[in-house]
Design a binder for this molecule. Sequence first.
Ligand SMILES: [Zn+2]
Length: 149
Amino acid sequence: MKLTKAQRATLREMFGGLCAYCGQPLGQVWHADHVENVERKLVYVSGKGVVATGEFHRPERDTLENMMPACPPCNIDKHIDTLEGWRKKLSNSCAVLQRNQPTYRHALRYGLVQETGVAVVFHFERVRAAERAEVKAASDEAKPFNVEA
Ligand SMILES: [Zn+2]
């Protein structure tokens, strides 16, 4: 769907102007990512290669509710992956670097970088968890004191 200027502005501010995935500020150029892939129809065009037709195999997913504001590097890296598939790929980044990048292995050996093993948590997940905690805290505050069952 072609977003209106107002829809695009609202989507951009969904997380205060930050990428829904990495949490970095969105620049002038940002993408409206389909969280669940719309599966773009592709055709081969002689002299151009494989190009998108502009049609989707899953048009029912082309909704504003299925969109997140994303920085281009995140949207391009996520590509057609599911969130869990992409999370798994991201979680494997250090192993890929160790296997393929001698410079990374040197940096590790000399202590210039340190792998943390942290779980990949997307920015929108942190925001929603914080919102749930705020709702719970507000709910707990609303409870009367000294209530014993
Ligand atoms: Zn990002």
